[in-house]
Design a binder for this molecule. Sequence first.
Ligand code: F6P
Length: 341
Amino acid sequence: MRAGVLTGGGDCPGLNAVIRAVTRRLLASGWEVAGVREGWKGLVEALIEPLGMREISGILPRGGTIIGTSRTNPYKLPGGVEKVLTTIESEDLDAIVAIGGEDTLGVATRLYAEHDVHVVGVPKTIDNDLSGTDYTFGFDTAVFIATEAIDRLHTTAESHNRVMVLEVMGRHTGWIAVVSGIAGGADVILIPEVPMSVDDCCTELRRRHEKGKDFSIVVVSEGYELEGIGEAGDVDQFGHVRLSERGVGAELARRIEEQTGYETRVTVLGHVQRGGSPTPRDRVLATRYGLKAADLVLDERWGRMAALRGDAIVDVALEDATRELKMVPPEWYDVAKAFFG
Ligand code: F6P
């Protein structure tokens, strides 16, 4: 028996830990494992390579993905789905382990529902926006990096009496902003889920400065709806624009300085949040997800995804996991808000 493993969408720390765990468990059960290069592109173009003990040696702490990734959507390519099915057949792949976020797992869901492809999923994304699981791996590392950035911004903000705006990723949800903002003690946090205006943000900053603080930290999600800022750039094969191109952080900093008179600077954290070694928590979560995915393959439980519920690794229907985005709930924002101003 032979399984293909693929990683799709934006990379994130912990992908290699999943690849290692899936491969180790399947090899131990007498399966062969193949690495499918660059996500769904590897099945469209038959880019397959063997994955054995040698290939996975030493990859647990390594960021990125040893099998590459892409945002290829076979449903958007002429004959793409047929090519995927042909490759699965010609490469004798009895199972596919798809490691990805909303987009990659959305394709997996359709291939399972429409073509009975033997697929199981693993929830990956720094954005933590997948319903069906409490946490995706990669998120903890992104929060760690963003928190460290806030800590560093604090010292320079304090020295210069400045407002520092930090723009973080997260696409259409504010998980990274809220959790790193709480951890780093941000004075205002702006996220897509909460329609807080720039005026309100400035009121909080003035309130803080009136209390004697002459510096502030504002964390803003790249997807925050800033009045007057539109969508920018082309869409990818999954219909996503590059939110970073909207320049929310820079425009917010400009408006804060204009409205308050406080000297303001912006830092856009960007792909630093996705690079480098995973935190221990992400390594462990990714490893547990990988073992669970391999077990789903061994038990032939197709169309399922490994998920975290509380402290337990469970499995859920892929369909449920990709049905809707998991937004930041008001209770989480309330924790952040208690420290505004
Ligand atoms: O989904 C992960 C993510 O890092 C988002 O937070 C961000 O909007 C997007 O990917 C950036 O994509 P790219 O790597 O294609 O610029």
